[in-house]
Design a protein around this ligand. Structure first.
Ligand SMILES: NC(=O)c1ccc[n+]([C@@H]2O[C@H](COP(=O)([O-])OP(=O)(O)OC[C@H]3O[C@@H](n4cnc5c(N)ncnc54)[C@H](O)[C@@H]3O)[C@@H](O)[C@H]2O)c1
Length: 253
């Protein structure tokens, strides 16, 4: 690993780090030297990730928190800093989706998707940025999706919420560059986790999706985590407001 990807001495909060892409991000940042706080509604999964991070020789802690609730968010940031001393990196990875056509989509489902995918990252970023400003800077990385750039039938509200998160990334980048806070997004293509199992594990849906992916396969969570590591590291010091798609070429055809 090049030295400018090292995160030794830095502390990262990963939301939704109990499983899937979030767990892979936590482990990748830990292997690069960072200590890790996991904020997740799934406290059992979060504790398991903490154990795995500790096996990498890093400090780790878990906070049970719902990112859609501002009291949980404030507590998560305070407890993380209380336990690990500072916050340098925030990865807004927690997210939700329902697959349903727009004509059948319920209002409460719309609200819950936007709460998890837009409001939660805003609340977490605002709370973390206030601390990062006191510390002299930091990095925020939002996990969007390649679908933020291209419509797919049956996933409307999810994709709209992630497109909004992409714009939130740019707005935060514009406002917080003066505080030395870089804000970027990583947009995965279809990635092998429980979240997307209904697509990659469904022969017809998987075949239809992969027809549009030049690399011809789904991503592994570690491949998304490597992009997050780049954006969290000194190598990306002049990169802000950018969306990096890790999608096997889905958006270029
Ligand atoms: N898997 C894919 O194919 C794929 C593709 C593109 C984008 N993404 C995005 O990547 C991110 C991670 O996806 P994944 O596949 O690992 O999903 P996952 O469902 O396996 O994990 C999501 C995690 O977020 C947590 N979470 C959900 N709502 C929360 C809330 N309100 N507060 C705190 N924690 C909450 C869950 O408990 C879980 O641990 C999501 O934002 C998702 O939209 C995934």
């Amino acid at each position: 690993m090049s030295t400018n990807h090292e995160l030794t001495g830095r502390v990262a909060i990963v939301t939704g780090g109990a499983t899937g892409i979030g767990r892979a991000i936590a482990l990748t940042l830990a292997r690069a030297g960072a200590d890790i706080a996991i904020a997740d509604i799934d406290s059992e999964g979060a504790k398991e990730t903490v154990k795995l991070v500790e096996q990498e020789g890093r400090r780790a802690m878990a906070v049970e928190a719902d990112i859609t609730r501002s009291d949980d968010v404030e507590r998560a940031v305070e407890e993380s800093i209380g336990a690990l001393g500072r916050i340098d990196i925030l990865v807004n990875n927690a997210g939700r989706s329902y697959m349903r056509p727009l004509l059948d989509f319920r209002e409460d489902a719309w609200d819950s998707i936007f709460a998890a995918n837009c409001k939660g990252p805003f609340l977490m970023s605002r709370a973390a940025a206030r601390k990062m400003i006191e510390q002299g800077g930091g990095r925020i990385i939002n996990i969007t999706t390649s679908g933020a750039e291209r419509a797919t039938a049956g996933m409307g509200p999810y994709l709209v919420s992630k497109a909004a998160l992409k714009m939130l990334t740019m707005c935060m980048a514009a406002e917080w560059a003066q505080h030395n806070i870089n804000v970027n997004a990583v947009g995965p293509g279809l990635t092998r986790t429980e979240f997307s199992k209904p697509i990659w594990d469904h022969p017809e849906r998987a075949k239809a999706y992969l027809r549009g992916v030049p690399k011809g396969r789904v991503a592994e969570p570690e491949e998304i985590a490597d992009a997050v590591l780049f954006l969290a590291s000194d190598a990306a010091d002049f990169v802000t407001g950018h969306s990096l798609y890790v999608d096997g070429g889905y958006l270029c055809v």
